[in-house]
Write a protein of this length. Structure first.
Length: 228
């Protein structure tokens, strides 16, 4: 089952890459100069709600009853992120990033007839390494604003409180955003700069989730990229 999910995610990524690259390449103007950008973002992870788990008791004769229910969530987090971009064509970029943040894993226990509801929480340190391609959809630009679409894959590593438990696994992502060039006068010392905003959906595979299921974690990314 796990191998099937991983293969399905890989197929989804390949289809998404093709869906972005084919139309973008159709409108791209080839450029001999390779642009390079480096910068930083803040990535706001909205969190993940995992599947509920019931604590069941088996009685004589095989009958079961639910003793209590648990609901677990990886809470939201603000993650600083470093990003490096290399232009492949005038409309296609290859990019890589690494993000680091601290969140909490919160479990709520309910439905216990012998005790009141309770909540337990532990700190989780999150590292997210990603790489992929971004297409500048110049055909649909408005003024100085250019829409973008991005796809790629990554690796998520979660260190639970005191490093008592470490969980890692591959990820995939797809996103859409906007690029807004800034005046060179405002970024003295650099050729130019770009304000970048993106909404991204990160697909977490069963290897990186507590319930061994695939989940989607939305995120909002904003930051500056400097040309050099």
């Amino acid at each position: 089952m796990t191998q099937y999910v991983v293969r399905a995610v890989r197929r989804t990524v390949l289809i998404a890459i093709a869906a972005v690259l084919i139309p973008a390449l159709a409108f791209a103007q080839q450029s001999s100069a390779r642009t390079k950008e480096i910068g930083g973002d803040v990535r706001w992870l909205t969190g993940v709600q995992f599947n509920d788990v019931n604590a069941n008791e088996t009685a004589f004769g095989g009958a079961t009853r639910t003793v209590f229910r648990t609901s677990t969530r990886l809470e939201h987090a603000a993650c600083p992120e470093a990003r490096f971009v290399v232009g492949l064509t005038s409309s296609i970029d290859a990019e890589g990033s690494i993000a680091f943040g601290r969140s909490h894993l919160t479990t709520r226990i309910t439905g216990d007839p012998e005790a009141s509801s309770a909540t337990a929480s532990e700190a989780v340190t999150v590292y997210l390494l990603e790489g992929g391609v971004t297409a500048h959809l110049t055909r649909w630009h408005r003024g100085r604003v250019t829409p973008t679409a991005s796809v790629g894959g990554g690796y998520l590593r979660q260190l639970h409180d005191g490093q008592t438990f470490i969980q890692s696994g591959p990820t995939a992502y797809a996103g859409a955003g906007l690029r807004f060039p800034l005046d060179a006068a405002a970024v003295s010392g650099w050729k130019s700069a770009v304000l970048r905003l993106e909404v991204r959906a990160t697909i977490l595979t069963s290897h990186s989730t507590l319930d061994s299921a695939t989940h989607v974690m939305p995120a909002v990314i904003g930051g500056l990229l400097f040309h050099f």
